[in-house]
Design a protein around this ligand. Structure first.
Ligand SMILES: Nc1ncnc2c1ncn2[C@@H]1O[C@H](COP(=O)(O)OP(=O)(O)OP(=O)(O)O)[C@@H](O)[C@H]1O
Length: 473
């Protein structure tokens, strides 16, 4: 029997993990993500020793440009290390701070986003079948605690799996940090040290250096317990994903503008947990991930879905709009600029493109149609004698007032928007129509007493906004 050494232990656990989760196939090309830290240095060494798989290894390193000369030093160190193993190295430098500023991400999220995009590029360049990452059991336990503190559900607490999708594997995930450190010392490997790993102003470091040691006093197996929780929840998560996918297929469709539309009638019959999952699925499909989408956003979407209000709008980080229109809930990204710059002159009936998106449609209607009543909120009928052309169409400005139909006296547009609970983000995109300097219509909302049709109306037009990004009652 082989003696039980730190090396034999690590190699044995990794071989078990690889077998249990089917992480490697013979002859695989593996992109090994190496930061230069101890874990990924050990990962590279271990993979190079799994000779029975006849692997082709490629080392990949991303320079995040966050620590000046230290980052450049890491990049050189990894290139030298790859040379020692006689394997190719692929590296890139990305200004992560700039990326985070541009995309309004935290440093941690931005670095992760840059890294995974880089892995994707590098893997396809070298035809790698999998990307190997150096996460271990202590990382897993820290991740579970961090997500618990952030209020994650099952998906978040399931944390990491030895296999993530088809492309990512974590061969060290069932090893403790101490076991990896013992292997590292026994083999005489060298690595880079990232001084920021000791900085307890970062939540992960505080959990690593303060919370887990404290919890270990209560239960010495705390890391094992947390990783078990993650494993059990990962198994549950698989079932829940299948159920979600089934519901999502039943309840969603794409409309002709490529927006995702959920059927509220069906959605309301589902349990709250499933509704939440369907919203998350819709968002990740549109945005690519769920970065910056918090539990409170999902709850707000659900309130929008269940509320009595037939029309309302809600914005999520990342220019994602969720619009409730009667029995539909529409998700769209890259919503048009919700701002109405400048002025538009309408000299007569016709279709007019609005600067914030959508079309203003002004169409003549027969006096009999005009008298039959108004066309509902979305389609207003205007008496042309009371509100003659040319009209000026523009966004709201401070001090604008009008005389809301059916009310006596006048009212500030701003107060009207507040009373009608029109979302602030939407207000400046709503077209206001003026005739002879008087506000006669807030499109999609309210006509003015000054433009109402009556028995004496001889000429009238119907006004509506088509393809408007969002509206609220
Ligand atoms: N700069 C880098 N270049 C290449 N690979 C890296 C780099 N930084 C980290 N990795 C890979 O990611 C693994 C996990 O690193 P680390 O624990 O720092 O990241 P994390 O942010 O906790 O995890 P995740 O990448 O899943 O968010 C490392 O073991 C290594 O395989």
């Amino acid at each position: 029997m082989a003696p039980f050494t730190a090396e034999a232990n690590v190699l044995g656990v990794v071989r078990n993990t690889v077998r249990e989760y089917g992480l490697l196939q013979s002859g695989d090309t593996v992109l090994v993500a190496v930061s230069g830290g101890m874990d990924s240095v050990v990962l590279l060494d271990v993979l190079s020793r799994l000779t029975e798989f006849n692997l082709r290894l490629i080392v990949a390193h991303l320079n995040h440009c966050l620590r000046g000369e230290d980052s450049a030093g890491d990049e050189r160190f990894v290139a030298d290390l790859a040379a020692v193993y006689g394997v190719p190295v692929v590296s890139e430098a990305i200004d992560v701070r700039e990326l985070c500023r541009r995309e309004r991400l935290s440093l941690e999220d931005g670095a992760r986003k840059a890294r995974y995009a880089f892995y994707g590029r590098a893997a396809s360049r070298y035809g790698a079948s999998v990307v190997a990452l150096g996460h271990h059991a202590d990382d897993q336990a820290e991740t579970v605690l961090m997500r618990l503190l952030r209020g994650s559900g099952t998906a978040g607490l399931a944390a990491m799996n030895p296999r993530r999708g088809e492309s990512y594997i974590r061969p060290l995930l069932q090893l403790r940090r101490a076991e990896i450190a013992a292997y590292f010392s026994a083999t005489g490997l060298r690595c880079r040290t990232d001084a920021s790993n000791a900085d307890v102003t970062f939540l992960r470091n505080r959990i690593r250096h303060e919370v887990i040691p404290y919890l270990s006093h209560l239960n010495p197996s705390v890391v094992g317990r947390l990783t078990t929780t993650a494993r059990l929840l990962a198994a549950d998560e698989e079932i829940l994903c299948a159920v979600t996918e089934d519901a999502f297929q039943r309840l969603s469709k794409r409309d002709d503008l490529n927006r995702l539309v959920l059927d509220l009638g069906g959605l309301r019959r589902e349990k709250v947990g499933l509704r939440y999952r369907v919203y998350r699925r819709a968002i990740s499909l549109l945005k690519g991930d769920l970065t910056r989408v918090a539990a409170c956003h999902i709850q707000q979407i659900d309130q929008l879905a269940l509320a009595g209000k037939p029309n309302a709008l809600f914005f999520l980080p990342g220019r994602l709009a969720v619009v409730r229109e009667y029995d539909r809930l529409t998700f769209s990204v890259d919503v048009p600029d919700l701002h109405f710059p400048g002025e538009l002159v309408v000299a007569g009936p016709g279709d007019f493109s609005l600067p914030g998106g959508g079309v203003l449609r002004v169409a003549s209607v027969a006096p009999s149609v005009a008298l039959a009543g108004d066309g509902g909120r979305q389609r207003a009928i205007v008496d042309l004698a009371a509100a003659p052309f040319p009209w000026c169409v523009r966004g709201v400005r401070p001090g604008d007032r009008f005389r809301p139909s059916g009310m006596s006296g006048s009212k500030k547009v701003k107060d009207y928007f507040i009373d009608e609970k029109v979302p602030v983000a939407l207000r400046s995109a709503i077209p206001l129509i003026f005739s002879e300097g008087k506000l006669i219509l807030i499109c999609g909302y309210r006509l003015s007493n000054d433009a109402l049709v009556g028995v004496h109306t001889h000429a009238a037009v119907a006004v509506e906004v088509c393809g408007q990004p969002a509206k609220s009652p």
